[in-house]
Design a binder for this molecule. Sequence first.
Ligand SMILES: N[C@@H](CCC(=O)N[C@@H](CS)C(=O)NCC(=O)O)C(=O)O
Length: 222
Amino acid sequence: MSKKLELISFKLCPYVQRAVIVLNEKGVDFDLTYIDLMNPPQWFKEISPLGQVPILRIGDEVLFESSVIQEYVDEVTPPSLHPKDILVKAKNRAWISFGSEFGHLVYKMSQSKDEKSFRAPYKDLLAKLVILEDAHSGGNFFNGGDFSLVDAAYAPMFMRFNLLKETCGIEFLANTPKMQAWSDRLLAMDCVQKSIADDFVKIFRGMLGNVNGYLKGKIKNS
Ligand SMILES: N[C@@H](CCC(=O)N[C@@H](CS)C(=O)NCC(=O)O)C(=O)O
């Protein structure tokens, strides 16, 4: 790769993390620039069409949307992490898109003021996990034996489920054994463990506390 890549990030963003996991797995040397999404710098507003992270800078060029960034990084660093079969690859893209909703639901849960408003996104997430359980191969990874882009797309969500379980005692995977095994495997991977900032857990807990909502009352002391 001729130009060094720069990923524009916000420390808590699961969509940025999708891209970081692929960059890590592919061994790409890249720069990570953190911004404050509550107070984004002018240069970021000028290059991000949706005002969102992740943004990938390749010299003067800019890419947005985590799934597109994942695919770009994958294509410029062969061999591909996507399955070869065209239909399986298309289905993986559809499941990556399905997983995008998980981040929004986790965000809604974290912002819930009371148990009632927490219940709706929580129930929605559990129902989506049951659907995903059915689509999963039952092997080590989503498609079977090999780690793919679809695995990279879901790992950030599992990290948050795990953290919400440890921090607040909220259970997500008790009724979906394939999801639990998949989560355990992904969270043990180096590319996943190195995809967050050192202070991620502290910031995540701090965010739950700052919201002053339902989950704040459930935070366990550690
Ligand atoms: N569909 C986008 C979603 C990215 C996204 O929601 N990013 C959030 C942070 S996790 C963001 O930048 N929010 C700021 C905003 O929407 O104003 C992707 O997959 O890249």
